[in-house]
Write a protein that binds this ligand. Structure first.
Ligand code: SAM
Length: 200
């Protein structure tokens, strides 16, 4: 039996903050957990586990949910293994240590959550949409990228950040051009895109 889930969640958030590990903002994760329940999502594929925070919060919000999540950084993966064990969620969260651009994931999911390298979103989308069920959702975080996507290029301090912001804008255009999905951009947390695959 888990003693104090709330304090364990606080510890995980503190660890992320102290170690400069980006995890979902409160507003974004609240949206995601509500969405899972409203849409009766039963399984999720997450690209970008970090230390397991969002996967754990999603699993806690819905006791029937199963999650497969992929992380390529070994230290973060190992921390996620520890956290998932602490929360006793090993039977519902499958953790894969691999580069998601090279992994081969079997099965179909109600929801794919993309929260990894922001410049690679198009590649993640194209690689994993084969794993999406009919009428399933692909949700992507950080569409605003800390407000930088709304700024002009002159206002963005470094060349690497400008390149990243351009990639996020390209992804936005890519989503808008997809006629087989209904796409919504939500001003929640760090900006969330929800793409729903249209039934054939
Ligand atoms: N979803 C997590 C949460 O909210 O708790 C945060 C994920 S963090 C924003 C992004 C993670 O994606 C990083 O830990 C990074 O190492 C991982 N990542 C980036 N590119 C990846 C790839 N190609 N394959 C797997 N993981 C990747």
């Amino acid at each position: 039996m888990i003693a104090n889930v709330e304090s364990m969640i606080r510890d995980m958030k503190k660890y992320a903050l102290d170690n400069k590990i980006p995890i979902m903002q409160d507003e974004g994760i609240d949206f995601l957990t509500t969405f899972l329940i409203q849409k009766q999502i039963s399984n999720v594929l997450e690209i970008g586990t970090a230390i397991g925070y969002s996967a754990i919060i999603m699993a806690l919000a819905n006791p029937n949910l199963k999650i497969t999540t992929i992380e390529k950084d070994e230290n973060r993966y190992l921390e996620a293994v520890k956290n998932i064990k602490k929360f006793e969620l090993e039977d519902r969260i499958t953790l894969i240590f691999h580069d998601a651009l090279e992994a081969n994931i079997e099965g179909e999911f109600d929801l794919i959550f993309i929260d990894a390298a922001k410049g690679q979103n198009i590649h993640f989308f194209e690689k994993y949409e084969k794993n999406l069920k009919e009428s399933g959702y692909i949700i992507t975080d950080n569409m605003s990228f800390h407000g930088l996507v709304e700024k002009t290029e002159n206002e963005i301090p470094s060349r690497s950040l400008r390149a990243l912001v351009r990639k996020i804008k390209e992804y936005r255009t890519f989503l808008e051009s997809k006629t087989d999905y209904e796409v919504e951009f939500l001003n929640i947390g760090d900006g969330i895109a929800v793409a729903r695959k249209i039934d054939k």
